[in-house]
Design a binder for this molecule. Structure first.
Ligand code: NAP
Ligand code: HSE
Length: 442
């Protein structure tokens, strides 16, 4: 082990913070030999010191004053592992303003304030590293920044939320409802403190915004992401998918429209062919398919949430930070850690009439003559072409029935207008559930 000691402060000692501490402590000697420096956690901030922890820690290291950890002059690397966008932002801003290296796993913070935080780092000679913010243990940020640097990306599609993929997989395999499984995803440490961030698709949208910045150099407004979560997915959707060679997945997509070059950013539940590289990625695993103009398609798969996967990514940022502190050039910068962003800040956002897909629509309708004709007439008026109609046979006295249609290729605008029109029919009993059928062509 080298003589140099690198001091790390952890703000947050929950699922991720304890994992980082535990693995850094267990592998301290090995890392020291590899890096020629001794990485030691010298301070840890929590909200409640009296809380029982899973991991043993010297209580003298622990404080409830997280701001003081962020600004401690004796700390070289500050890890923000608290979550939220209030206090976390203040700690990160102050640490960066003090020229420190900050490592964070906080995608909500990056989505809302990444632009200004990176500017603060640049201004004061600090660095902001965030490998754990997207896709848990998969080093996808390194892949985009470093391994794929020569590529322009036509599209990036990903399963970016481990909680949702875990829930959808168990709904498929065990026939359970999403509410029945959510508690287990929380107990496993996959879900956010506020689980609606997961199941409403918000967490995946935060990650999509971060990826869009890395891949295209554009900070997309959260409101510009086309967003739906998994709370409306039921067993009928899951069974339809199973019967027709698909899986239901929450898919984040970044896509450059071919003609206008506008950027489309979405997080939507989708029917994905099982034969597709994302179609059979199950459980807490995430997967990302990236189409680059030089390399073609590359696919990355691995655990997307939980203590160990996330710690692995946080520690890779800590190790990069150590290299920077030890080997950094005269300006103290390594271009690969924060290269100039791609020049996409002016990219327009794609409009619904530019976005093409096939769609799945499920509705509950009155079981009486003429209903199918009304529905078909609405589709025709919006120039949406039917690809299939599925209605399970029901008894003679049934009053309501589920009807599932799939469409040929159409636009997002046309399907939205169609669904609005369908929802206004007296015979359609509640707002139809719709999702794209994603083929992920180049
Ligand atoms: P967590 O288990 O809820 O832990 C949060 C930690 O922050 C706790 O130690 C908590 O203290 C501390 N904390 C929260 N508010 C605080 C405050 N106001 N002052 C001082 N300490 C405060 O959360 P987590 O799952 O570890 O997630 C942490 C971050 O990593 C989040 O940004 C999350 O989005 C991100 N992330 C999580 C995962 C995952 O799989 N869990 C994966 C990737 C990224 P107490 O323990 O005393 O309450
Ligand atoms: N709650 C997040 C997920 C944690 O389930 O993917 C990883 O970012």
């Amino acid at each position: 082990m080298g003589d140099r000691q690198i001091r790390v402060g952890l703000c947050g000692f929950g699922i991720v913070g304890q994992g980082v501490f535990d693995h850094l402590t267990r592998k301290r000697k090995l890392l020291g030999e590899q890096l020629g420096a001794d990485i030691v956690v010298t301070r840890v901030a929590v909200r409640d010191r009296s809380k029982k922890r899973d991991v043993q820690i010297d209580s003298g290291l622990v404080t409830e004053d997280s701001l003081s950890v962020g600004t401690d002059p004796d700390i070289d690397i500050v890890c923000e592992l608290m979550g939220g966008t209030g206090l976390a932002k203040e700690i990160v801003t102050r640490a960066l303003a003090a020229g420190k290296i900050v490592v964070t796993a906080n995608k909500a913070l990056l989505c809302d304030h990444g632009k200004e935080l990176l500017a603060t780092a640049q201004k004061h000679g600090g660095h902001l590293l965030f490998e754990a913010s997207v896709a848990g243990g998969i080093p996808v940020i390194k892949a985009i920044r470093e391994g794929l640097i020569i590529n322009d990306f036509s599209r990036i599609d990903g399963i970016l939320n481990g909680t949702c993929n875990y829930i959808l997989t168990r709904m498929t395999n065990e026939g359970l409802s999403y509410q029945e499984i959510l508690g287990e995803a929380k107990a496993m440490g996959y879900a956010e403190a506020d689980e609606s961030l997961d199941v409403d698709g918000i967490d995946a949208a935060h990650k999509a915004v971060v990826l869009a910045y890395l891949a295209y150099g554009k900070w997309t407004n959260f409101q510009e992401v086309r967003l739906a979560g998994i709370t409306k997915i039921n067993q009928e959707d899951i069974r339809f998918a199973e019967d027709n060679g698909y899986a239901v997945k929450l898919i984040a997509s970044l896509e450059r429209e071919r003609q206008s070059k506008a950027l489309y950013v979405s997080v939507l539940p989708a029917l994905v062919p099982k034969s597709n590289s994302l179609g059979s990625v199950d459980g807490v695993f995430n997967a990302i398919s990236i189409h680059g103009d030089v390399v073609g398609e590359t696919v990355y798969i691995g655990p997307g949430a939980g203590r160990h996967a996330t710690s692995s990514a946080v520690i890779s940022d800590i190790v990069d930070s150590v290299k920077l502190l030890i080997f950094g050039g005269p300006e103290g910068r390594f271009p690969f850690l924060d290269p100039a962003p791609k020049n996409g800040s002016e990219l327009p956002i794609a409009q619904p009439e530019e976005v093409h897909s096939r769609y799945y629509v499920r509705m509950r309708v009155d079981d009486r003559p003429g209903v199918m004709a009304e529905i078909a007439s609405i589709l025709a008026s919006r120039k949406v072409s039917l690809a299939s109609v599925t209605q399970k046979e029901v008894g003679e006295n049934a009053e309501k029935v589920s009807l599932i249609i799939t469409t040929h290729m159409t636009t997002e605008k046309a399907i939205e207008e169609t669904v609005d029109d369908l929802g206004r029919l007296d015979s359609v009993l509640c707002s139809p559930m719709t999702m794209p059928i994603s083929e992920f062509g180049q």
